[in-house]
Design a protein around this ligand. Structure first.
Ligand SMILES: [Zn+2]
Length: 293
């Protein structure tokens, strides 16, 4: 992780900026890198959420699809792995850096799958008839039986958002966390306005830790590949930040006073440009006090 830290951070900053429509970097500046995890599973790192590709005898499906602009490059990379077009696209949540390619892939014949709340949020954003919307949505869990794997999609309520799914490839011993896991050695983006919560992230991460083995390959929503030990450190860091924040809330009461006291400074963490410490402090405060609005 260390040697790639600056480029990884840059990618995350750029992806977040793009998802907010702040920057309009040219798609051809982005290099899509592929990492092979097993004979059937690859990770594609580009700009935006990490994509998992499952390829096999029956065809191809992917988890998340970054941005529309990158879809041609992503398709070209997938073609190198398997000649068939993607048959399914699973969205781990609704954010634009994970669902931006939905329309392009759907119009090429893929069926998009996600939790009900992803459908609800994308419907509000794009309208009822849009090809950005999942065609199949689910409540608690769903299993995709394809390529000799039984990919289990499990919903975790109020974690990074209100529509998060973690995808377990049990046969392959791989799990895709979506943005419940930001693997930058820092604190996550808890999208309180999108139904996320600090406690939901902690609960989801703990559930996955309990469900996987030491040798399970863990794909984070952003950042390099990880494992159970990485998830445990991440959980410990968020727990520590939560405790520090609860103490500060007890002492300083108001959001303004807590932000001014800068309680997270003692953790000495690095923050991304689009997610500065003040914003993390504010989101943790809102989540932990229930002051969502
Ligand atoms: Zn996200």
């Amino acid at each position: 992780m260390k040697k790639n830290k600056s480029s990884v951070l840059f990618g995350a900053i750029a992806s977040a900026a793009m998802s907010l429509g702040i920057a309009s970097a040219q798609a051809d500046e982005v290099e899509i890198k592929t990492q092979k995890l097993t004979d059937n599973i690859y990770v594609l790192f580009g700009r935006g959420g990490n994509i998992a590709a499952h390829v096999g005898q029956q065809g191809t499906y992917i988890i998340d699809d970054q941005f529309a602009k990158l879809a041609p490059q992503i398709k070209a990379k997938l073609k190198e792995l398997n000649p068939d077009a993607a048959e399914f696209v699973i969205n781990t949540h609704y954010h634009g850096d994970h669902t931006g390619g939905n329309e392009v892939f759907a119009q090429a014949g893929a069926h998009v799958i996600a939790h009900h709340n992803v459908h609800k949020r994308l419907q509000a954003e794009h309208g009822e008839d849009s090809d950005f919307l999942p065609r199949l949505s689910f409540s608690k869990d769903m299993t995709l039986h394809f390529n000799g794997e039984h990919a289990r999609l499990q919903h975790f309520a109020h974690a990074h958002t209100d529509g998060d799914s973690v995808v377990f490839f049990d046969n392959a011993n791989v799990v895709h966390m979506g943005d419940i896991y930001f693997n930058f050695g820092s604190l996550p983006f808890v999208d309180v306005d999108g139904g996320g919560s600090v406690d939901g992230v902690l609960a989801a991460v703990q559930t996955v830790i309990d469900a996987i083995g030491d040798d399970t390959q863990v794909i984070p929503g952003h950042g390099p590949m990880s494992n159970k030990a990485g998830l445990q450190s991440y959980h410990a860091l968020i727990s520590k930040a939560k405790a520090i924040m609860l103490e500060a809330i007890e002492e300083h009461k108001t959001l303004e006073a807590v932000v001014a006291a800068d309680p997270l400074a003692q953790l000495n963490l690095e923050y991304m440009g689009w997610l500065p410490k003040e914003r993390v402090t504010t989101l943790f405060y809102r989540s932990l006090t229930g002051e969502i609005n």
